[in-house]
Design a protein around this ligand. Structure first.
Ligand code: BTN
Length: 264
């Protein structure tokens, strides 16, 4: 697997010499954080064949079976403050869409803030984790990406069958995992070079984000607020007009979109 990716990437790619491949691992994000703490440089790449403890946002598990998906983490060391990196997950989402489109010709959408979606189901997700200096500068960021590539509908556990899909299920044709991985490393490296272009990156994210204009439900603790997603700020926060006429800003937590993942 690693040799195929290296060959597809070519010797000129700046990250080609720092790819780590694991047949099995707990979580590539956990191992990336461990390597980053030991000084691993910007552009260190971790790829796994399967994860036994794959994690998603909000403490959720990311189902990571062998032979069907992409489980990738990259260590970035941007010379920026965390406050100037609020758009990182959005930029990564655009990079994931770019990579899938380059490898397959198909461009998926993004459900705010970190889900990659197609046909109203989840294709994958992004888990971004930051470590900061005391003055707010970023020591490192770990960008984790999980993508369902080869699963058939009934390969997913029962609780995910109405929610999750894969690229092959959508496209009805085989996809190449190494090719998508190589394209991901191309698009992520390009993104890491243009993180200062926040406005332009957020415009690209708005174009891919299927949540905008939709009826949504914001989950806040035990309460739920219904409304319409009307705008995305450049820091990635979502502006929602509630059904009671207020305007609220959502910058964390869970949003359900009517028509997606069986929410109606
Ligand atoms: C989500 O759906 O909320 C995000 C899922 C992110 C999963 C990826 S798989 C590679 C990396 N390692 C992890 O443990 N999580 C991310």
């Amino acid at each position: 697997m690693k040799n195929t990716i290296v060959n597809l990437l070519g010797a000129d790619h700046p990250w080609v010499g720092s790819i780590h491949y694991y047949d099995t691992i707990g979580s590539t994000n956990d191992e990336a954080k461990h390597l980053a703490e030991q000084g691993a440089p910007h552009g260190t790449v971790l790829i796994a064949g399967t994860q036994t403890g794959g994690r998603g946002r909000m403490g959720r598990r990311f189902h990571s079976p062998a032979g069907t998906g992409i489980y990738l983490s990259v260590i970035l060391r941007p010379a920026r403050k965390a406050a100037d990196l609020m758009h990182l997950t959005c930029g990564v989402a655009v990079a994931v869409c770019d990579a899938i489109e380059a490898a397959t010709g198909f461009r998926p959408g993004v459900k705010w803030i970190n889900d990659i979606v197609a046909n109203n189901k989840k294709l994958g997700g992004i888990l971004t984790e930051l470590s900061l200096e005391s003055d707010g500068r970023v020591r490192y960021a770990v960008v984790g990406i999980g993508l369902n590539c080869k699963q058939k509908a009934n390969d997913f556990p029962a609780e995910l069958q109405d929610i999750a899909t894969s690229l092959e299920a959508i496209l009805d044709t085989p996809v190449s995992v190494p090719r998508i991985l190589a394209e991901l490393l191309v698009s992520l490296e390009a993104l890491s070079d243009r993180l200062s272009e926040q406005d332009a990156l957020m415009d690209l994210y708005r174009a891919d984000c299927i949540t905008l204009g939709k009826e949504i439900s914001v989950i806040r603790g035990n309460s739920q607020i219904s409304g319409t997603a009307i705008f995305l700020e450049n820091d990635g926060s979502l502006i929602v007009r509630t059904n009671t006429g207020e305007q609220i800003r959502v910058d964390s937590g869970e949003v359900q979109v009517r028509g997606l993942y069986g929410y109606c």
